[in-house]
Design a protein around this ligand. Structure first.
Ligand code: PAF
Length: 281
């Protein structure tokens, strides 16, 4: 069965009024297996599944990136239909932002480092649109991928701080056979870049192995990963950090689980990934 596609906020509230056990999968479309995993988790646990498809202009730093973001609603609706989604909420930008918003959601600390440092305003845009989606759809649970670990930590904290009655469900990163995390940006890579891309996961996995072996100095762990990335001339590293998994702040010493998180450029394409690193017991 095809999902019902909802475009207006009033129409959506009416269609979902009284629905119990609602699971929301927020997306920007260009759906791939990573989203598929989120939808499958929602389908298992929720009576009604809503996927939102909205390329949110307020979380892009560059107009060109926003304009070039892949959009194919018909294909995305097919993708949702094959996975038993009940409703697709796919508003236009003018429906979500009839006026430039004067009210925004800013989560301190968690959004400052890593991607936040290189994409000013990005996480304000994410937190604000997710808060709006929660208010419009009123889900019981919402599903987010661990690939965007900083986004996940930030949304968890936002819902806790603002007492939003939504359970945030994390879903593990989906990787292809080479270890590359599935992302809509992968399709922008040319064949040479695509061949180089798996080194990001290899470097983060090497960092995790070093932590598992008992290394407590984050600089030494980072050096191992940076050396691996340094062997691939096409790669430009934007950041590589070991952070505490809740606040996403760089640690000075490894005394518990940390996330090794990195962003890198391959030509014009920016890829991010992260791996949870656990010290020996
Ligand atoms: O992860 C994404 O695709 C987006 O950041 C989200 C959560 C749908 C908000 O626009």
């Amino acid at each position: 069965m095809k999902p019902r596609v909802l475009k207006g906020i009033v129409e959506t509230r009416t269609a979902l009024a009284g629905a119990a056990g609602l699971g929301l999968v927020p997306t920007m479309g260009a759906l791939h297996d990573g989203h598929g995993r989120l939808i499958e988790a929602a389908r298992r646990e929720s009576a009604v599944v809503v996927t939102s498809i909205f390329v949110n202009p307020t979380q892009f730093n560059q107009a060109s990136d926003y304009e070039q973001y892949p959009r194919d609603l018909a294909a995305d609706v097919e993708f949702c239909a094959a996975r038993g989604v009940d409703f697709v909420f796919a508003p236009e930008a003018a429906e979500m932002y009839p006026d430039p918003p004067l009210t925004t959601v800013e989560v301190a600390q968690i959004g400052d480092g890593l991607c936040g440092r290189y994409r000013p305003g990005h996480f304000r845009g994410v937190a604000t649109v997710v808060a709006k989606l929660f208010h419009i759809i009123q889900p019981e649970r919402a599903y987010f991928g661990e690939k965007d670990a900083q986004q996940l930590a930030l949304i968890r904290r936002m819902t806790a701080d603002l007492n939003m009655p939504v359970e945030i469900v994390p879903v593990p990163t989906v990787r292809d056979a080479s270890g590359l995390a599935i992302s809509s940006r992968n399709r922008r890579l040319n064949p040479r870049e695509r061949a180089a891309a798996p080194v990001l996961y290899q470097a983060l996995s090497a960092a995790a192995a070093r932590v598992a072996a008992g290394e407590t100095d984050p600089d030494k762990v980072k050096a191992v990963a940076l050396e691996i990335l340094g062997c691939e001339p096409l790669i430009r590293v934007e950041y590589l950090e070991l952070v505490d998994p809740e606040r996403m702040q760089a640690v000075e010493r490894i005394s518990g689980p940390v996330r090794a998180a990195a962003a890198m450029w391959l030509g014009e394409t920016r890829l991010i990934d992260n791996v949870l690193c656990s010290p020996p017991k």
